[in-house]
Write a protein of this length. Structure first.
Length: 215
């Protein structure tokens, strides 16, 4: 499947010519004459997709669309195109997560290089999202008690502390710990902590957690 480039630009001539260029280079292209049109057909995954976005458009402009996409949690990487580029705007869009800001007219090689960087970032984000979803599925397979033990082990509590808090024995906690590590496919305490950290389960304890020696 070819990568899909969403071109959002109110200039029909530029939109059409750029679309033809990218199709000739092997990309699939979807043309949007306005920001609302993109929002109405917004893809939900970042895999092999990116947006070429004009900054100045009637109504909802490129900067406002970028902010809206960030609010929606859209994973699609953005390459901005503008005929009125300046340093402050470039800094603003890059800080907000854009891949690049290119000034029209843009050379073919420069455009293609920016698109490939954006696509690479989109694929990396999609792969990370897939890995996190896989971890969430593994955690969802824990029993309620295993989940309690998992969270406490990950934040650095000792077996005896967990046993006291949960009203059981250290031997039982060790059994739960063994089972949950198998279910989460964690080969060490450090891996267990990393899983909890990546899923945001440690909260304010995340920065302070340090794996302890095996108990």
């Amino acid at each position: 499947m070819p990568a899909t480039i969403h071109i959002v630009d109110d200039d029909v001539s530029f939109r059409t010519s750029t679309g033809r260029l990218l199709q000739a280079c092997g990309y699939a292209v979807v043309l949007h004459e306005s920001a609302p049109e993109l929002l109405a057909r917004l893809p939900t995954d970042a895999g092999s997709r990116c947006i070429l976005l004009d900054i100045r458009m009637p109504g909802l402009g490129g900067l406002e669309l970028q902010a809206r996409l960030n609010e929606l949690g859209s994973p699609l990487p953005i390459v901005f195109l503008t005929g009125h580029g300046d340093i402050s705007t470039a800094v603003q869009v890059i800080k907000a997560g854009a891949e690049d800001l290119l000034t029209k007219p843009v050379a073919k090689e420069t455009l293609l290089a920016a698109i490939e960087r954006a696509l690479a970032r989109g694929r990396a984000r999609q792969e990370e999202d897939d890995r996190l979803e896989g971890l969430r599925r593994l955690v969802s397979g824990l029993t309620p008690r295993e989940r309690q033990v998992f969270e406490r082990v990950a934040r650095g509590d000792l077996n005896k502390q967990i046993a006291y808090e949960l009203g059981t024995t250290e031997r039982t906690i060790k059994a739960h710990r063994h089972n949950l590590m198998e279910k989460l496919r964690a080969g060490s305490l450090a891996e267990l902590v990393l899983i909890a950290e990546r899923l945001g389960l440690l909260g304010e304890h995340a920065a302070a957690v340090r794996p302890r020696p095996s108990e």
